[in-house]
Design a protein around this ligand. Structure first.
Ligand code: PEP
Ligand code: MN
Length: 269
């Protein structure tokens, strides 16, 4: 396992690094408020979508570059790292001028032209698993970025589409220990998109921690019912704070029980 450090945040050193924020950046005030709230809970990376890959072209598509300006401001005000999705090769340079980490979303995991371009560009990447992809295909997608000389990659398990209808996706936590065996890249888990259900985020986050994940990505909004996207899988502030507290206790328990989960986890939380 080789750890990846981006500015003051390390992934894959045995700690659990949490990314959180709204599904979509909706306006400046909302983003600055959420950034402060998640930072107070121990979050290290602010997430927020500006270019949104929505299933319907009639759904909110995101604020685009204006949203990224708010991300940059939120990052400098709080000291949090920032991550946002890039969907088009033409936008790589522009998105990278605003955020610390470029997200390649599930729908673009096998957009090989985009993978090659972000590989050449060299900015840190959060690569999400394609919702129809095997673990091997996921690792080969990362290989496209690595082959161009960019080793700054964080993998993200976000569930795959199965016949199950009670969840939006089936969160495949076996990918965590399998990827730990097959790759030295850090891997985080996104139980928000992985389940599509706010009530499943706590149990699946705990399971991800126990499975050895290097971090989590969680959608947070002050009023999920009013969120412009993915409200059904989004936590409000108090649920998110409770989640972080439970993760801290589980982490302390696991660190006592298992020598291979180092106390670094406690520091990172
Ligand atoms: C997201 O994280 O904003 C997102 C759209 O997730 P995914 O690509 O995993 O669907
Ligand atoms: Mn979302």
């Amino acid at each position: 396992m080789s750890a990846l450090t981006i500015k003051n945040v390390t992934f894959g050193d045995g700690g659990l690094t949490v990314m959180a924020g709204p599904c979509s950046i909706e306006n400046r005030e909302q983003l600055l408020e959420i950034a402060g709230a998640v930072k107070d809970c121990g979050v290290k990376v602010l997430r927020g979508g500006a270019f949104k890959p929505r299933t319907s072209p009639y759904s909110f598509q995101g604020l685009g570059e204006e949203g990224l300006q708010y991300m940059k401001e939120a990052g400098s005000l709080t000291g949090l790292l920032t991550v946002s999705e890039v969907m088009d090769s033409c936008d790589i340079e522009m998105v990278a001028s605003y955020v610390d980490i470029l997200q390649i979303g599930s729908r673009n995991m096998d957009n090989f032209a985009l993978l090659k371009k972000v590989g050449q560009f060299g900015h840190p990447i959060l690569l999400k698993r394609g919702y129809m992809s095997t673990i091997e295909e996921f690792l080969l997608a990362a290989e496209y970025v690595l082959k161009e000389g960019n080793r700054k990659i964080i993998l993200c398990e976000r569930g795959i589409r199965t016949f199950e209808k009670l969840t939006r996706n089936s969160l495949d936590l076996t990918s965590v220990p399998i990827i730990k065996k097959m790759s030295d890249l850090p891997i985080i888990v996104d139980p928000s998109h992985g389940t599509g259900r706010a009530d499943m985020i706590l149990p699946m986050s705990k399971a991800a921690l126990a499975a050895g994940a290097d971090g989590l990505m969680i959608e947070v909004h002050p009023n999920p019912k009013k969120a412009l996207s993915d409200g059904q899988q989004t936590l409000d502030y108090s649920a998110f704070q409770a989640l972080m507290e439970e993760l801290r206790s589980l982490n302390a328990f696991l660190s006592h029980q298992y020598a291979d989960l180092s106390s670094a986890r406690l520091r990172a939380l």
